[in-house]
Design a protein around this ligand. Structure first.
Ligand code: S3P
Length: 432
């Protein structure tokens, strides 16, 4: 894919697709609820389609009609032994959440994934599940894994790595485990699983204890179906927001965007950078905060972000780095070690690709430093993405200012935002 420099500003109201995290949960939770759930505006990207196929493979009736779906759930123990291994492509969220769910089923299963997913760490979810007596064999700590489904023991589980995927995998295991499981979360991570389960009437309770979040689940309690309207994805919006901020004469309106406070770090960071962003029509849909966002060209300044905000915006560092590239002063983003175990080593790829584009930057320990300049001289226009969708889209946005850039292996964008190119071009982008 080539991303060219644009000559006029970006204008309009692109359609941002449904939130990826909520879409996965909109398949998983209704599949183990009782009754018919109607889901609207689900993201039909490759990652979510892998989750949908996994549940079809386990006998769940799912009727699809473009972005809408009806799922006929039959309860916590209704899943059938899959006829074949469960292949989850590139989707880390599906892999971690399904490992938790499948560890309590009355059948054995195996999970596989593509090359990138097969190199990502699975012990982070296997270890706490093993403490509950789960029987899971990994391949050197990664996929493929084999799960011997059985009854687990409820326990107190402290989550050491800040990760909503780990937390959600354990919640899904706890739902089908006798007794009370208490999950102790040391730092806040996205809480879509808790919100959706509460709205389905599951026996889940969250509270603070010594400033740590406790999630208490009374297992083996069935819950009923509910309607779901998936809000649009803030992580996907971020590529458009920053494209508008860094290009002259730009103004965009993005509608129905999820601004869940456990996910809104990018908006806090951009406010610190003096971004001209306004919010209207704030409301709650299925207990998720939603609003419309207007964004205009802005004179950004650099900023220093400490590690505490990283959990609230872990997926947004690639695109935030592009904003920092056009700020009037340097930026430093601290505490980014988790970026190394995403769809690629994102910390390394941000650095390598910014350097290719002539942007001075460095990584020291797990901190990223970016030193912007008025003019960039491209050393190598071939952007390495290692099939990482967010690296591809972030550097496509950089192309609007300094392109043409060749974004290699950009087909990965299909995993989260299949309509990215057409929406980007509809507002004046030049991506082909
Ligand atoms: C996700 C959680 C995050 C995020 C991922 C989606 C989720 O991962 O990076 O894109 O839906 O729970 P971690 O929980 O591993 O940080």
């Amino acid at each position: 894919m080539i991303s060219n420099k644009i000559d006029q500003g970006l204008k309009g109201s692109p359609k941002i697709p449904g939130d990826k995290s909520i879409s996965h949960r909109s398949v998983i939770i209704p599949s183990i609820a009782n009754g018919k759930t109607e889901v609207k505006n689900i993201l039909k990207s490759e990652d979510v389609v892998h989750t949908i196929n996994a549940f079809k493979n386990m006998g769940v009736e799912i009727i699809e009609n473009n972005e809408n779906m009806i799922i006929n759930g039959k309860g916590l123990n209704s899943l059938k032994e899959p006829k074949s291994e469960i292949y989850l492509g590139n989707s880390g969220t599906s892999a971690r959440l399904l490992t938790g769910l499948l560890s309590t089923q009355k059948f054995n299963s195996s999970i596989t994934g593509d090359k990138s997913l097969s190199s990502r760490p699975m012990m982070r979810i296997v270890k706490p599940l093993s403490a509950m007596d789960a029987k899971i064999q990994t391949t050197n700590g990664s996929l493929p894994i084999k799960i011997n489904g059985q009854n687990l023991k409820s326990k107190d589980i402290e989550i050491k790595i800040p990760s909503a995927q780990i937390k959600s995998g354990i919640i899904l295991a706890a739902l089908n485990t006798d007794g009370k499981t208490r999950i102790i979360e040391n730092s806040v991570t996205r809480d879509h699983t808790e919100i959706m389960l509460e709205s389905f009437g599951a026996d889940i309770n969250t509270y603070l204890e010594n400033s740590k979040k406790i999630i208490e689940i009374n297992g083996k309690k069935e819950f009923n179906s509910n309607k779901i309207d998936v809000p649009n994805d803030l992580s996907s919006s971020a590529f458009f927001i920053i494209a508008a901020l860094i290009n002259e004469n730009s103004k965009l309106k993005l509608n129905d965007i999820n601004i869940n406070p456990t996910r809104n770090g990018i908006l806090i960071a951009l406010e610190k950078m003096n971004a001209n962003i306004s919010y209207s029509n704030k409301r709650k849909i299925n207990n998720e905060e939603v609003c419309d966002i207007e964004v205009e060209t802005s004179n950004l300044n650099g900023c220093e972000l400490d590690s505490s905000i990283a959990k609230l915006m872990i997926d947004e560092y690639p695109i935030l780095s592009i904003a920092a590239t056009f700020a009037s002063s340097p930026s430093v983003f601290r505490g980014l070690n988790e970026l190394r175990v995403k769809e690629s080593d994102r910390l390394e790829l941000i650095k390598i690709n910014l350097l290719k584009c002539g942007v001075k930057c460095e990584v020291k320990d797990d901190n990223l430093f970016i030193y912007p300049s008025n003019k960039y001289r491209i050393n190598d226009k071939n952007i390495t993405t290692n099939y990482d969708h967010r690296i591809a889209m972030a550097f496509a946005v950089l192309g609007t200012r300094i392109g043409p850039l060749k974004i290699c292996d950009s087909e990965s964008i299909r995993t989260s935002f299949p309509t990215f190119v057409s929406e980007f071009n509809s507002i004046g982008g030049k991506v082909f």
